[in-house]
Design a binder for this molecule. Structure first.
Ligand code: ADP
Ligand code: MG
Length: 695
């Protein structure tokens, strides 16, 4: 049966070398050994690797694959792959299709062209990729993709996957210490994540005529359309048939790769949509989200669309984010953020909740910088996404419980009890999520936390590495205190009360978009890094370096290199945008506007000869000419400023933010004013109305 005709259960994961395939294709002993590697991180023996590789190849060839690649996530934010075919030459001139254990386990891409932030000199170009057997191999574009981690030869990490795996180990170790206090001994504690993905779909023909969208992902100029999202008629609105056909195709492509695409709907802005998968283990969820971002573009193209993943493709229109739903689950299937019904379960829940609250408060700067990018700076705090201030929403009932614990009193809710933790049970907490707060950056939603500050184009690895590490460290502190306590229940009560009191400032249930909250947050001493450079420079703050070192997630050098890479990426992006803007203005906008005013001027001469008064045309001609004069001066200023960008990444990033971006905005203002008066036939690029309201 062709892939296209299969029903969903048959189609699902048909392109994944998953557990079921491994079990059916591998000899029993080999499968058992591999499981030890997958579950417990045991090193894979070379002989075993050979058998696995051979089975993988057989399976891949049957599915039509001709090539294999190590698939990894370098610091560029996108995924990287270098394809090798399976062919191996024989002495007699023929070829066979071959794939060895060595090729499966380790690859050696030339690392010199990937960002390393000074970790690896170009003469030390070698890097290697190592199979991450906890993520399944899959087939994409006739290529067997092997998920891998990417390191330099000296062992320093060069990707976004390795730290995530390290942070998963850290939280597993520390969470098990917490669970042991409650006499629970699961084999493993996993982080579960569901990443909701927002995106724009626009007509490909419009896209092709917008060099700014092609090169920078966003429109650098463009006046507002007469209609925006004010009528709120797009959110959950009925889906255009063309988009519906795209979504069906998109879902099937994801299902084939074992990605559990579940929900598809329209979002707030015109042309904006969302896809949410069912949650998974965090490393799988990360791989899946990276694949989702790649596949969505390909499928969009097949349907005559361009998919925009940029955080703010259109000024004045809601941008796109990504919601990272995060929780902890034991290998026995227990969700540690589920309040539970027995007093003991409640006590464990409250301890985990307290740890998350403390971790978010202590490392709010890290969470903020994990979502920092040029694109996201246009969203955060813009009345459409949470502000640049990190706070936690727990809902009014849970906040009352927290207050009651701190104040040692009875909780003022239905069945409210005074909580001696471990003795009394929590009053039933509402589970229906009715008490939702869309404006909170870090919201408790019944049995998980939803971090809503991520940009739509982000790799979720970095954010989750930070949440995992911060929570692991907090667990470790709590465990050390409680393991040594004489009276466990008393110690638990004291700890929870003390920590909730100390970190209550991070809890905020009100409107996060309001001006008052910014003032209030400042009074509470919460950080508010409005832009990417301001946030990023705190990566290597001593407390952060110590955290990552303690939990063995990053070394100091690795953090410094990451900060450098991200600052450099920011300044490069601003530079590209400035150059693109200048090119569009000087080659397209100014010439078109001049042509328009010239044509009017010629007409004016004719009319004058006939003594016809043409005051309206004269005014347009003058206005256009004046705006072109202004715009041309703005362009000169921007050009001169761009040339003078400092060399080192940090100064350049601040220079880009403080000098270049405001000059770009000035150019844009003049250009957008021109757009409002220059004739439609003369305007050289599709407008917001054309793009956002295609039929
Ligand atoms: P929303 O209204 O925000 O879309 P949903 O209940 O649909 O809320 O959940 C959104 C995401 O949260 C989905 O990806 C879902 O799979 C994920 N999710 C649900 N439970 C968990 C959990 N325990 N851990 C991680 N993610 C979860
Ligand atoms: Mg959500």
């Amino acid at each position: 049966m062709t892939e296209e005709k299969k029903n969903v259960p048959d189609l699902f994961a048909s392109m994944v070398f998953n557990d079921a395939v491994m079990r059916s294709m591998l000899p029993r002993e080999v499968y058992k050994e591999l499981l030890k590697t997958i579950n417990d991180g045991k090193r894979l023996d070379e002989k075993i690797a050979d058998v696995v590789a051979s089975a993988m190849k057989e399976w891949a060839l049957k599915k039509g694959a001709t090539h294999f690649t190590h698939w990894f996530q370098p610091m560029t934010g996108i995924t990287a792959e270098k394809h090798d075919s399976f062919i191996t030459a024989q002495r007699d001139g023929s070829i066979i299709m071959d794939f060895s254990g060595k090729e499966l386990v380790k690859g050696e891409p030339d690392a010199s062209s990937f960002p390393s932030g000074g970790l690896r000199a170009t003469f030390e170009a070698r890097g290697y990729t190592a199979w991450d057997p906890t993520s399944f191999a899959f087939i994409k574009d006739n290529t067997l993709c092997i998920p891998t981690a990417f390191c330099s030869y000296t062992g320093q990490i060069l990707d976004k996957k390795t730290p995530l795996l390290r942070s998963m180990d850290a939280i597993n170790t520390q969470a098990k210490r917490i669970l042991a206090l409650f006499e629970k001994y699961p084999r493993r504690v996993n982080v579960t994540v569901g990443a909701e993905q927002e995106y724009f779909l626009i007509d490909k023909e419009d896209y092709k005529r917008r060099p700014d969208l092609i090169l920078t992902g966003r429109t650098l100029i463009g006046a507002a359309a007469p209609k925006g999202q004010e009528k709120e008629d797009h959110y959950f609105g009925s889906i255009r048939p063309r988009v519906k056909a795209f979504m069906e195709d998109f879902d099937r492509e994801l299902w084939k790769l074992g990605i559990k695409a579940k929900t598809e709907h329209n979002e707030v802005a015109p042309c904006q949509h969302e896809m949410a998968p069912i949650f998974d283990k965090v490393n799988i969820a990360t791989d899946s989200n990276q694949l989702t971002m790649e596949i969505i573009k390909k499928v969009a193209d097949r349907h005559g669309f361009a998919c925009l993943l940029h955080e703010k493709p259109f000024s004045g229109v809601n941008g796109s984010g990504k919601h990272n739903n995060w929780s902890l689950e034991t290998s026995d299937g227990e969700n540690l953020l589920d309040p539970g019904i027995t007093p003991q379960e409640n006590a464990l829940f409250l301890l985990v909740l307290t740890a998350v609250i403390k971790a978010v408060d202590d490392y709010q700067d890290l969470l903020r910088l994990s979502v920092a990018s040029l694109g996201n700076d246009f969203r955060l705090g813009g009345n459409e996404a949470p502000p640049a201030i990190v706070s936690v929403f727990v809902g009014s009932e849970l906040e009352e419980v927290i207050n009651a614990i701190i104040e040692e009193r009875r909780a003022e809710i239905k069945n409210g009890v005074k909580l001696d933790i471990g003795a009394a049970s929590l009053p039933q907490l509402p589970r229906d999520n009715s008490d939702r707060n869309r404006t909170s950056p870090f919201a408790f939603t019944g049995n998980k936390f939803e971090f809503r500050m991520l940009g739509s184009s982000f790799n979720i690895g970095c954010t989750n590495t930070i949440i995992n590490t911060a929570v692991a460290d907090t667990f470790s502190l709590f465990a050390s205190e409680l393991e040594n306590a004489g009276d466990f229940k008393q110690a638990l009560h004291t700890l929870i009360k003390r920590e909730l009191k100390a970190h209550k400032r991070i809890i905020f249930n009100g409107n996060g978009y309001s001006r008052e909250w910014e003032e209030e947050a400042e009074k509470r001493g919460l950080t508010n890094y409005r832009t990417t450079p301001e946030a990023l420079v705190h990566y290597h703050d001593e407390k952060n370096v110590e955290l990552f070192k303690r939990q063995k997630v990053y070394t100091r050098e690795e953090i410094i290199s990451r900060e450098e890479i991200l600052l450099d990426e920011y300044r490069k992006q601003v530079h590209i945008e400035a150059s693109m803007l200048l090119e569009m203005l000087t080659k397209q906008i100014i010439p078109s506007s001049v042509r328009y005013s010239d044509d009017i001027a010629k007409g004016l001469i004719n009319k004058k000869a006939l003594s016809i008064k043409a005051s309206g045309e004269e005014k347009i001609c003058r206005d256009v000419t004046e705006l072109v004069n202004r715009l041309s001066l703005d362009c000169d200023a921007l050009k001169n400023a761009a040339v003078a960008m400092p060399d080192d990444a940090r100064s350049a990033a601040f220079y880009a933010k403080d000098i270049i971006l405001p000059l770009m905005q000035k150019c844009r203002d003049s250009s957008d004013e021109l757009e409002m008066i220059v004739g439609k036939d003369y305007w050289p690029i599709p407008t917001y109305t054309d793009i956002l309201f295609y039929v």
